[in-house]
Design a protein around this ligand. Structure first.
Ligand code: VGL
Ligand code: ZN
Length: 195
């Protein structure tokens, strides 16, 4: 089904069990994997490669060691997702589903905070928006971390860009429980559907 895609946001070790471990990260990871596995089980059993019936795109926080969002630079966060460290890697349970050309790296400029996956680029220099449009995707499912930051900003940019946006509400982790609840309510007000 080509008109559907899943965007997995920042399911990276630092947000799961590292320097910025988020609340409910294990649950978000487990439920996301379950969702993906249910889809991939529908693919041809003779096909040895793992492939879901919809494309899965990965947004990846990827910072230089001197990024402006880090405490040492006066930013709000501890160092996290530093390029070429374990903390910046996609969790091993999801990594088999990640194709490099469908990974979008954001936060690479030391001077810019980028919470939206729309600000990221894949290794070929394409944006998430560009690739989704090329695939003729209309409906986008979103899961990942953190609800209040990268998930929200990515979902809102998707909506502004004309996609139907569905946030998988049991597949989210967050920095703050109240922030998570508020963000979900506000996203729903804006027209993002929670499923
Ligand atoms: C994020 C804080 C800092 C996120 C990334 O993925 O939501 N939050 N960098
Ligand atoms: Zn970050």
């Amino acid at each position: 089904m080509k008109d559907l895609a899943l965007v997995v946001v920042d399911m990276l070790y630092d947000f799961i069990d590292g320097s910025m471990a988020c609340q409910e990260a294990d649950k978000a990871l487990r439920n996301s994997l379950k969702y993906i596995e249910e889809e991939t089980s529908l693919t041809d059993p003779d096909d040895s490669g793992i492939r879901s019936i919809f494309p899965i795109l990965f947004v990846r926080d990827s910072h230089p060691a001197n990024h402006c969002s880090f405490h040492e630079q006066g930013g709000p966060w501890p160092p996290h997702c530093v390029q070429d460290t374990h903390g910046a890697d996609i969790h091993e349970t999801l990594a088999p589903y990640a194709a490099e050309d469908l990974c979008f790296y954001k936060g690479q400029n030391p001077a810019l905070e980028q919470y939206s996956g729309f600000e990221g680029l894949n290794p070929a220099g394409q944006s998430l928006s560009e690739v989704l449009h090329l695939m003729e995707v209309k409906n986008v499912l979103v899961c990942g971390i953190a609800t209040e930051y990268c998930v929200r900003n990515t979902a809102e940019d998707l909506l502004k860009d004309g996609f139907h946006v569905y946030v998988l509400k049991d597949c989210l982790a967050y920095v703050d429980a109240e922030g998570h609840t508020t963000a979900l309510a506000e996203m729903e007000q804006e027209g993002i559907r929670l499923i």
